[in-house]
Write a protein that binds this ligand. Structure first.
Ligand SMILES: *Cc1c(COP(=O)(O)O)cnc(C)c1O
Length: 414
């Protein structure tokens, strides 16, 4: 069944109580750890989502950079169902072809490395932190275990990934944090240089801070980090969980800087909607893991691998240059919006990863999200005053323009 573009539905139509009832039932049984919006989704196609009342929305969130081919993508559904009919899971006690083929594809497109598969971003970073500690102890001795990351970063919610995350609001109530983590200002190579000591095992950084508000560093930043790590014999771990898989117009954001990390973590877009994470490491670093040193029961699940193979297969140079072009359309539209209204103080973006800051006089990000949703556009925020835009990479130019026009009407019609 084809799914239409957003059409506002008249209030009081037959189905309008459905969502309220579902939300009430959900709140009675779900943990209160998410600030969920009052929206109950049922299905989608491409960049369009449909709720259980039949209302349609243009999706500028893509499951937070997960659904890179949008919703109900034909190719992805086909490979997932084909693999599910063969088997859904086999243990890592054995080999299976989808996992081998996916690792081959990743190594070929990233850098000479070995791959560990898991199911989420946090797990990929946990694996990276464990591997970095193991490597540093073998190479530099047992006093070398520190991980330096940056303020404003986000690396996940499990205890080590949380300790690496440089935002106190995520630590609150969960102290004591795991020892061995320090933070330095983002986009400040000098600060990192001064923080380096012989106890530093690795530096863990996002090429663009995602949850931190789409913070884009100086183009030289990663190059400087690479040099500092090399000078001190520390590993450079890049967290591309959000920036990877074509989001910025390159398969991996580090390619904009022409450097290569020692360890790379991926998740979000990797499975195109299937839960899937991966850690790639230089072969000599990877060799510090031995049988039994790390594992994940579901890691490299055949169905998730089948999806990720399809994702990588379709992230061709032509596809990525289309993302680049669409990113320019989005950023231009946001810049026009900034000219239209003093509510917008700054716009930022690379590829289809963008953000806009709201002035103190403007409505809050949450108020704008609510107003946009009523007009059929789904947006996301990283803070009270920052909206984030992460559409599916397959979104059309017309859909980007449509979303921008809704955003513009929300911001200017008050
Ligand atoms: C989302 C995200 C994570 C955590 O991923 P989960 O799958 O939620 O554990 C880690 N790092 C970055 C940069 C992210 O954007």
């Amino acid at each position: 069944m084809p799914i239409q573009a957003p059409v506002p539905r008249p209030a009081g139509s037959k189905k309008s109580g459905l969502s309220r009832r579902a939300i009430r039932m959900g709140d009675a049984v779900l943990m209160p750890n998410y600030a969920r919006l009052p929206l109950v989704l049922e299905k989608g196609r491409g960049a369009i989502l449909v709720d259980i009342e039949g209302k349609t929305y243009l999706d500028f969130t893509a499951g937070i950079a997960v659904n890179i081919f949008g919703h109900a993508d034909r190719g992805l559904t086909q490979v997932v169902s084909r693999q599910a009919k063969r088997f859904m899971h086999v243990s890592n006690l054995y080999y299976h072809i989808p996992q081998i083929a996916l690792a081959q594809a990743l190594v070929r497109r990233a850098f000479p490395s070995r791959v560990f598969f898991c199911n989420s971003g946090a797990e990929a970073n946990e694996a990276a932190i464990k591997l970095a500690r193991r490597y540093a102890k073998q190479i530099h001795g047992k006093a070398c275990f520190e991980i330096i990351s940056t303020y404003g970063s986000f690396h996940g919610r499990t205890m080590a990934a949380l300790a690496a995350t440089g935002q106190e609001k995520y630590h609150a109530g969960f102290e004591p944090m795991l020892p061995g983590f320090r933070h330095v200002p983002y986009d400040d190579p000098e600060a990192l240089s001064q923080a380096m000591t012989p106890s530093v095992a690795a530096v863990l950084v996002e090429p663009i801070q995602g949850e931190g508000g789409v913070r884009i560093p100086d183009p030289q930043y990663l190059i400087s980090l690479r040099k500092i790590c090399d000078r001190h014999g520390a590993l450079l771990i890049l967290d591309e969980i959000q920036t990877g898989m074509g989001r910025t117009g390159k398969l991996f954001a580090y390619a904009h800087s022409e450097i290569v990390p020692d360890i790379l973590t991926l998740a979000k877009g990797l499975g195109g909607g299937m839960p899937m994470g991966a850690m790639l490491a230089r072969p000599d670093v990877a060799a510090c893991f031995s049988a039994g040193s790390h594992a994940s029961t579901f890691g490299g699940n055949p169905v998730a691998c089948a999806a990720a193979i399809e994702v990588i297969r379709r992230l061709t140079p032509a596809f990525l240059s289309r993302v680049d072009g669409l990113g320019a359309v989005l950023l231009e539209g946001l810049a026009d919006l900034q000219k239209e209204t003093s509510d917008v103080t700054e716009v930022r973006g690379v590829g289809l990863m963008a953000a806009l800051d709201l002035s103190p006089e403007a409505p809050t990000a949450l108020e704008i999200i609510d107003l946009a949703q009523k007009q059929g556009l789904l947006l996301n925020r990283t803070s009270e005053r920052t909206l984030r835009i992460l559409p599916p990479l397959t979104i059309t130019r017309a859909q980007i323009k449509q979303g921008l026009s809704i955003l513009s009407s929300v911001l200017t019609s008050r």
